[in-house]
Design a protein. Structure first.
Length: 100
Protein backbone atom coordinates (compact mmCIF):
# COMPACT_ATOMS: atom_id res chain seq x y z
CA UNK A 1 0.00 0.00 0.00
CA UNK A 2 2.83 2.40 0.88
CA UNK A 3 4.72 1.46 -2.29
CA UNK A 4 1.69 1.99 -4.49
CA UNK A 5 0.99 5.39 -2.95
CA UNK A 6 4.63 6.45 -3.28
CA UNK A 7 4.68 5.46 -6.96
CA UNK A 8 1.37 7.26 -7.49
CA UNK A 9 2.80 10.46 -5.98
CA UNK A 10 5.98 10.08 -8.03
CA UNK A 11 3.97 9.69 -11.26
CA UNK A 12 2.10 12.91 -10.44
CA UNK A 13 5.39 14.76 -9.98
CA UNK A 14 5.01 15.06 -6.20
CA UNK A 15 7.87 13.88 -4.01
CA UNK A 16 6.79 10.98 -1.80
CA UNK A 17 8.02 12.25 1.55
CA UNK A 18 7.49 10.40 4.81
CA UNK A 19 5.13 13.18 5.92
CA UNK A 20 2.82 12.62 2.94
CA UNK A 21 2.87 8.87 3.49
CA UNK A 22 2.03 9.35 7.19
CA UNK A 23 -0.90 11.62 6.23
CA UNK A 24 -2.21 8.91 3.92
CA UNK A 25 -1.90 6.27 6.65
CA UNK A 26 -3.63 8.54 9.20
CA UNK A 27 -6.48 9.28 6.79
CA UNK A 28 -7.25 5.56 6.51
CA UNK A 29 -8.19 5.51 10.19
CA UNK A 30 -7.05 1.93 10.75
CA UNK A 31 -4.44 2.65 13.39
CA UNK A 32 -1.38 2.46 11.15
CA UNK A 33 1.59 4.00 12.96
CA UNK A 34 3.72 5.21 10.05
CA UNK A 35 7.04 4.81 11.81
CA UNK A 36 10.10 5.75 9.79
CA UNK A 37 11.56 2.25 9.83
CA UNK A 38 8.30 0.75 8.51
CA UNK A 39 8.06 3.30 5.70
CA UNK A 40 11.70 2.76 4.79
CA UNK A 41 11.28 -1.03 4.66
CA UNK A 42 8.26 -0.63 2.39
CA UNK A 43 10.14 1.69 0.01
CA UNK A 44 13.56 0.02 0.17
CA UNK A 45 13.21 -1.97 -3.06
CA UNK A 46 12.01 1.11 -4.93
CA UNK A 47 15.12 2.95 -3.74
CA UNK A 48 17.37 0.05 -4.76
CA UNK A 49 15.98 -0.12 -8.29
CA UNK A 50 16.05 3.64 -8.78
CA UNK A 51 12.29 4.08 -9.07
CA UNK A 52 12.29 6.59 -6.20
CA UNK A 53 14.79 9.21 -5.14
CA UNK A 54 16.31 8.22 -1.81
CA UNK A 55 16.66 11.77 -0.45
CA UNK A 56 13.39 13.58 -1.19
CA UNK A 57 13.97 16.59 1.06
CA UNK A 58 16.40 18.58 -1.11
CA UNK A 59 15.09 21.27 -3.42
CA UNK A 60 15.29 20.18 -7.04
CA UNK A 61 17.29 22.42 -9.35
CA UNK A 62 16.83 22.94 -13.09
CA UNK A 63 19.92 23.91 -15.09
CA UNK A 64 18.95 24.33 -18.71
CA UNK A 65 17.14 21.12 -19.65
CA UNK A 66 18.69 19.03 -16.88
CA UNK A 67 16.95 18.50 -13.52
CA UNK A 68 19.09 17.72 -10.48
CA UNK A 69 17.75 16.42 -7.15
CA UNK A 70 19.57 19.02 -5.03
CA UNK A 71 22.03 21.92 -5.06
CA UNK A 72 24.80 19.45 -4.26
CA UNK A 73 23.91 17.24 -7.24
CA UNK A 74 23.71 20.30 -9.52
CA UNK A 75 27.13 21.47 -8.37
CA UNK A 76 28.60 18.05 -9.02
CA UNK A 77 26.94 17.76 -12.44
CA UNK A 78 27.93 21.27 -13.55
CA UNK A 79 31.45 21.05 -12.05
CA UNK A 80 31.19 24.07 -9.79
CA UNK A 81 30.82 24.91 -6.09
CA UNK A 82 27.54 24.56 -4.22
CA UNK A 83 27.70 28.23 -3.32
CA UNK A 84 28.05 29.11 -7.02
CA UNK A 85 24.86 27.20 -7.81
CA UNK A 86 22.99 28.96 -4.99
CA UNK A 87 24.28 32.36 -6.12
CA UNK A 88 23.25 31.78 -9.74
CA UNK A 89 19.76 30.78 -8.65
CA UNK A 90 19.49 33.77 -6.29
CA UNK A 91 20.61 36.17 -9.04
CA UNK A 92 18.02 34.72 -11.39
CA UNK A 93 20.45 33.75 -14.12
CA UNK A 94 18.69 32.32 -17.17
CA UNK A 95 18.43 28.55 -17.01
CA UNK A 96 19.13 28.28 -13.27
CA UNK A 97 16.08 27.82 -11.02
CA UNK A 98 14.49 25.82 -8.24
CA UNK A 99 11.67 23.55 -9.31
CA UNK A 100 9.94 23.29 -5.94
Amino acid sequence: MIRAYALHLNDQGVRPTYALIREMLDSLGRGYTGQSCQIYEALRRLYMHGKLDRYPNGRRVRVGDVVYRSIRAAAKGEHCRQSAVAERIARGEPGWSFID
